[in-house]
Design a protein around this ligand. Sequence first.
Ligand code: SF4
Length: 570
Amino acid sequence: MLGRGGAREVMVMSLWPRQDRGVPATTAEVARAVFPGGCTAMRLRNLLGPLFTDGRFAGLFSGRGRPALSPGRLALVSVMQFVEGLTDRQAADAVRSRLDWKYLLGLELRDRGFDSSVLAEFRERLAASGSAEELVFETVLDQLREAGFLTAGGRQRTDSTHVVAAVRSLQRLELLGESVRAALEALAVAAPAWLTGWAPAEWFTRYGPRVDTHRLPTAEAEREQLALVYGADGFLVLEHVFAPDSPGLLRGLEMVEHLRRIWVQQFYRSPDGLRLRKENKGKAKTEAGRPPASTGLVSPYDPDARFRMKRATKWIGYTAQISESSNDDRPHLITYIATRPATEPDVDTTGRVHAVLKKRDLLPDEHYADSAYITAEHVLDATRTGIELIGPNNKGNQWQSRSEDAYDNDLFTVDWEALTAVCPQGHRNTWSGTGIDRHGNPRVMFTFSLTDCTPCPVRSRCTHAQTAARTVTLRPRDQHELLRRLHTEQATDEWHRRYGHRAGVEGTISQAVRAFGLRRSRYRGHDKTALQHVLTATAINLTRLDAGLTGTPLGHTRTSHLAALAPRRS
Ligand code: SF4
């Protein structure tokens, strides 16, 4: 059923929980005769039982309406779809026709299954609930832990990958035109007579076809002029929708709301008329500037997708964060999956992973991640919860940290009781104090004397200031001392050997991307993309569990012949 904004609405349905009575005798007998050595679906059923109970999904249904099909079975079918890469139609056919699926689902041989449209409706319901992770992923994790395939302690590792949203990348002019067009399309469905009563005649050709089917101007002045035409049209739409005598339901249309948000971000009114917002350059922010990428809508069709450029990669969409166990005596299983805005830095994930793993009783002893996840604060916080967070801790952005023979902060000796510091040339600071940096973090500062620094024979290794003396800014004592220890450790072969465990998570991301299509969102919006990732992670876990049961060896991380010859870092 389609809703007012073109989105699918979830039907009112009631749940009559089904008790699992095991695999019917005839189904079991025929399946064992046909698969004497077993198969993936049968092994999973034998090991983990029905996996999902209907009662667990009770919160998705109301007490009235048409009785729903068994949500436990639909959840299992949804996961198996991802295990085998099937469409809804293929999955519904498999339920109807495949003996191993009937065994897994505990169905009679004569069971005719269901129409494939039920799967899409179930996903809508699950995504709208916002609890797919808990109901599907955690349910399977709990059973894997109870079966002994997962435990707290040991090693885990984390990494991320970009996820491309299921929308076209739009240039700014296309975004403006498509936003008006999308709103008009929704209004044309919801209130056709109301719309034709006031819409200007030229709009039917301007916004009838997709905006990019017109030849858009290339000259800057003409493009700005067209943008202002779209802007004025968009404001006219919003004025009519929000007029007191307009049907109230129009204000709730999804595409109208997206138009309103995009117009706030793209235009402003000045005394001279409508103006396009300009990009904010540098640190100076103006009221007429565009919002940061973290809040900027980039498509009217997916309000959650964001633009991100990370090194050479540009994309519109999300970031998938993945943690997995990596112990030699058990299958490597995904313990954490999250779909985050593309603009969110990896460092924001570290604390969240630990909090979630603690709730799942799966905190590791050692957690491996690359430098994007590591700060001194994270290492200290992890230590307090009993985790050794292992990954490169960069020395900072100062030029002294990046130059081999320069005097970085680690070379200054600090007396924290007296709050004094001695430089590598043996001179003591002349001023010290505490403060807050621009991110709100506490800092301790030491300034040295011009009398010492001006004639200093190694001044060029210490400061680039033309006339000023060296100033050293440090973190609070516990963090500073920890950082010094980490920097020393990170220079050893032993540390690099241990850190090598992290690389395996790239194989998991490669499997998720290549075999399960993780990098391309199948659906629009964060909630449905997150559901896709939850089903993908659950499917990977079941696939890996079965590989462990059958002794299928793990794939090895691919290394190019040239990379294998690279000299080891000292
Ligand atoms: S420049 Fe100043 S702080 Fe740096 S080593 Fe020389 S005397 Fe010490």
